[in-house]
Write a new protein. Structure first.
Length: 138
């Protein structure tokens, strides 16, 4: 490998398959933001934990969407942190929703590992982290 290759920028995370990933994250960002905003505004007292978790998921999806779309060095780091937090959140909330089902009587995006969304919330961060690793500098 020449010095020129070592200094070449990483392929953008928002190109090729990355565009599909950005689109999926964007859809989840919009859906989770709208859902949590309506829930918090209209019935927060019914299930504050679930609605706050949906809001946290929405914020993470928005950050990941923007960071993946930008694809520069700093954005890639931000995307990696956001998606890692997302994966940990899905795993923790998914596990907790099975151990303490009464605490999750109203579902959030991550309840049951995202079962209400076809387990996409579980698969998405795994694919996102794979894509960031796949497109990093070699």
């Amino acid at each position: 490998m020449s010095n020129k290759d070592a200094l070449a920028p990483a392929p953008s995370s928002g190109r090729g398959f990355g565009r599909v990933l950005v689109a999926i994250y964007g859809i989840f960002a919009l859906a989770a933001t709208a859902r949590s905003a309506v829930q918090i505004a209209t019935k927060f007292s019914e299930a504050p934990l679930a609605y706050l978790l949906s809001a946290v998921a929405a914020i993470i999806y928005v950050i990941a969407t923007i960071a993946l779309a930008r694809g520069d060095r700093t954005s890639r780091k931000v995307a990696t942190y956001a998606i890692t937090i997302e994966l940990v959140g899905v795993l923790l909330v998914g596990t907790a929703s099975f151990i303490f089902p009464s605490a999750f009587n109203v579902t959030s995006v991550w309840t049951g590992f995202g079962s209400g969304y076809g387990f996409i919330p579980l698969a998405l961060p795994i694919v996102g982290l794979w894509w960031l690793r796949h497109t990093r500098n070699r």
